[in-house]
Design a protein around this ligand. Structure first.
Ligand code: ADP
Length: 394
């Protein structure tokens, strides 16, 4: 059975067609610059990349183009072969603890939390509607970034602020990257050869956006992102945790609105802010090689924040079986993994420096004598989306 996994952004549409339940990837691709001049359609299939530049006005056109390519390249003989479409949806508020089949009521519920994810949820809905228009009889499923974290207890998700902020406006920790944290914790249990319901792991999803999650017996107990994805550890362009009073202080000093200051915390901080060079980990490590002091500070600051969260989660979980690294940096940047693990000596963690040079494939990167296993696990959100879709359409 063929299932499409979709991640729609405001001007982009990422897709992957999977053969299920085999979980094999048939094609993957992305349409970028939707609604702008010279939109880019690119699709990988059979080891080749098919790229086309033309004006694609909206998501509906992008979907039409994708579907007609699938037929013209004989990837499917007819569109009837696509039996489900799974959509990544960033914010499910407190309403969605799991993936669901999308109907009008679900769309209304997703829209009702638009103000919690003003950039993402409306874009996700545009993607849902574009596919529904093109494939009206194919069931669509929503898979939420927040759902996995709905198992957190109030003591983890409540902020210590006036309680009415929560009851009136839903101010609490939601957490994100849930699909990735869930996938990685399942793979970790498999690699440890332990039942999931007896396994405790800490997952470090470190990409451009980054978050940690403490997973006990398959359930999220705490996570580093918060009410928004701005919280937690330093990221490519986001600050992670700071003293909130800085916002007002900088607003006054620089004569900037709160919106502008928050935007700088989202877009001009993290790696980019401290290094003044780049938000990309590869650029930073090149600069570190040259001895660039600010870049060294940027990567060390992030590693310290990651290690501090690991320490806190280790205590909270009462020990753990494994610490897992995933996403662009976690899977590839052995230098960052080393910086983090170097700070974990007190936990009796020992990195295998040879194995740590591995990139992008499941590997145990700790020494056999290490107290806690260190695992490199490439994430696969599309497979999780396809699995949930398959399960729901039965
Ligand atoms: P997101 O999905 O949040 O946009 P990714 O998970 O794709 O981000 O991660 C992007 C980050 O991963 C970038 O900082 C990039 O430099 C880093 N990255 C990707 N490949 C490598 C590599 N080979 N070595 C070091 N860093 C890498």
């Amino acid at each position: 059975m063929k299932i499409m996994a979709v991640n729609a952004g405001s001007s982009s549409l990422k897709f992957q067609l999977l053969d299920m339940p085999k979980e094999t990837k048939l094609v993957s691709g992305v349409v970028e610059r939707i609604g702008l001049q010279d939109s880019i359609f690119s699709m990988k299939f059979n080891g080749e990349t098919h790229k086309e530049i033309k004006n694609i006005k909206n998501h509906s056109q992008a979907v039409q183009m994708l579907l007609s390519k699938l037929v013209s390249l004989h990837i499917v003989s007819s569109l009837d072969e696509i039996q489900g479409v799974g959509h990544r949806v960033v914010h499910g508020g407190e309403m969605f603890h799991d993936s669901v089949i999308i109907d009008d009521e679900v769309i209304a519920s997703i829209e009702s939390v638009n103000d919690l994810a003003p950039l993402h949820n409306p874009a996700n809905i545009t993607g849902i509607k574009a596919f529904k228009e093109a494939l009206p009889n194919v069931p669509a499923i929503a898979v939420f970034d927040t759902a996995f974290h709905q198992t957190m207890e109030p003591v983890a998700y409540m902020y210590s602020v006036p309680y009415e902020w929560y009851t009136k406006y839903g101010v609490r920790k939601y957490g994100f990257h849930g699909t990735s944290h869930k996938y990685v914790s399942l793979r970790a249990a498999a690699m440890l050869d332990k039942p999931l319901n007896q396994t405790k792991v800490i997952v470090c999803h470190i990409g451009n956006g980054a978050s940690l999650c403490a997973v006990k017996y398959g359930k999220s107990m705490d996570t580093s992102m918060g009410f928004t994805p701005l919280a937690g550890i330093a990221m490519g362009t986001r600050s992670g945790d700071i003293d909130p009073a800085i916002v007002q202080f900088i607003s006054e000093k620089e004569n900037k609105s709160l919106d502008e200051v928050i935007s700088e915390l989202n877009k001009k901080s993290g790696y980019l802010g401290l290094s003044g060079l780049s938000s990309d980990s590869r650029d930073l490590w090149e600069a570190v090689e040259r001895g660039d002091k600010k870049s060294i500070l940027a990567v060390e600051k992030q590693a310290k924040m990651i290690a501090d969260y690991i320490g806190a989660y280790y205590l909270m979980l009462g020990g753990c079986d494994a610490i897992c690294f995933t996403a662009g940096i976690g899977e590839n940047a052995s230098e960052t993994r080393k910086l983090v693990v170097d700070r974990l000596g007190a936990l009796g963690v020992e990195l295998d420096y040879e194995q740590n040079l591995t990139r992008g494939k499941e590997t145990v990167i700790s020494k056999p004598s290490s107290n806690i296993k260190l695992l490199l696990i490439p994430t696969n959100e599309e497979v999780m989306i396809a699995r949930d879709t398959l399960e729901l359409i039965g």
